[in-house]
Design a protein around this ligand. Sequence first.
Ligand code: SAH
Ligand code: SF4
Ligand code: F3S
Length: 440
Amino acid sequence: MSTKKVFIETYGCQMNFSDSEIVGSIMKSIDYEVTTDINQANVIFLNTCSIRDNAEQKVNRRLRELRSYKKKNPDLKIGLLGCMAERLKEQIFNEEAVDLIVGPDAYRDLPNLLNVAESGQKAANVILSEEETYAEIEPVRLDNNGISAFISIMRGCENFCTYCVVPYTRGKERSRDPQTIITEAKDLFDKGYREITLLGQNVNSYHWNEDSDMNFSRLLEHIALINPLLRVRFATSHPKDISDELLYTIAKHENICKAIHLPVQSGSSDVLKKMNRKYTREWYMNRIEAIKTIIPDCAVSTDIIAGFCDETEENHQDTLSLMKWVGFDYAFMFKYSERPDTVAAKRFDDNVEESVKSRRLDEIIELQKELSAISNKKDVGKFFKVLIEGVSKRSSQKLFGRNSQNKVVVFPNHEFKVGDYVNVKITNCTSATLIGETIE
Ligand code: SAH
Ligand code: SF4
Ligand code: F3S
C-alpha cells in the first residue's frame, strides 16, 4: 500500500510556519508523508491567519478553489487549521467544503479527528489550552534550506492590544520547557543548521516557573553558547518589556544577531494608549536610545498600523516623525483592519475613511523606502560576516546570504557552500539588497 500524503499550505506569521512543522511531525507519526504536490494529496491542510480581513479573504478564496479538487477526488479531506479555525469554529462548516476544523492548541488530536473525518463525519477541536507547548515534538522541517530553522519558545498572548485578534485565537501565554528548546537547538546544529530564530508573540516575557532564573536573556545566552558558528535570532519583542539585560546579552555574544524587531504601531502616545500598547512615544524613544548605546551596530525594524480608530492627521504626522527619528532599517506596514470581537471593534468607531487610511499608509511606505535606502547606503564600504543561504534568484553566478543585521547580501560565487560564513565588503546597494565582494 502506498503511503498517504498530506499537503500543508501555511498563511500568516512565522509561528504558523513553525506550527505547520509540528503538524507535519504529528502526521508522520500516523504514517503520512508531507508532499509538495497538491495533486498527490489525500489530505489538504490550510494553516490560516486572522490578523487582518484580507488574510481571511485569501483563505476563503483558496477554499473555494479547493472545491474542484474535491470533485476530482471525493476521498480527499480538507482541514482548516490555525487562527481562522479558532476564530470561526464550527460556523465554517456551513459555508465551505471543509471536513476538519482544528485550533492551534489541538494538533495532537489530529489523528483522532482524521479518523472521524474518514468515516464521513465532520470533525472539530478548537479547545484552547493553558499548557500545550508541543515541547517534545520534533518538527518536520518544511520549506527547508537546511541552514535556518524556527523554534517556538512560547505560545499565546495576553497583552490584548485593542485591535488584535491573537489573544482570542491563540489563548493564554505560556512558555516552553527551556531544556527541550536547548536540546532542539543542539540537534539542529548537529544536523548542519547554522541559524535559529526563537519565536513568540512577545519573547521578552518568556519565563519558566520551575526555574526562576530562566528568563529570555538567559535562554538566549544558553542557545548562543551551543556553538559560536550557530547564529541566533528572535521575534517578536514588545517595547514595554525589552530590558537592558537583554540588550547587554545581545552585545556580549557575537553570534546573537544585531537585529531587533520592535513593533511601534504608532508614533502618537494618544493612539498608543487607545491601542493598549502600555508604552508612550517617549518610552519607545528611550528604548531605541538604549539599543543604540548598548549595541551601536544594531538594526531596528518595526510594524506600523495606519488609520486606527480616531487617528488624526496630527497623530499620523507623529508616526512619520518618529519613523524619521528612529531611522528604521525595515518595516512591515498595514492599514488598520477591524477584527470582530476585539475591544476596538466593540468600543471604538472604525472612523478613519478608507481613502484616508490608504493615503496615510502610502506616505508611511514612501518614507520607509527612503529610510531603508539611507540605511543601505550607509553600509557601502563596510565589511560584514555573511551566512550563505543559497544561489541568487537573479544570477546563478551569484550567491546570497544575510549579515547579522538581517540584510540580504549578494556576492559572486567562488565555490562557497551554503552554510559557510564569508566576509564581504559592500560595494553597492539597492533599497532592498546589499551588493559586495568576498574578501580573504
Ligand atoms: N506580537 C507582535 C505582533 C503580532 S501581529 C507584537 O505585538 O509586536 C503582527 C502585526 O500585525 C502587528 O505588529 C500589527 O502591526 C499588525 N496588526 C495586528 N492586528 C492588526 C489589525 N487589526 N489591523 C492591521 N494590522 C494589524
Ligand atoms: Fe497582538 Fe498585541 Fe499580542 Fe502582539 S502583543 S500579538 S499585537 S495582542
Ligand atoms: Fe495570523 Fe494567527 Fe499569526 S492571526 S499573524 S497566524 S498568530
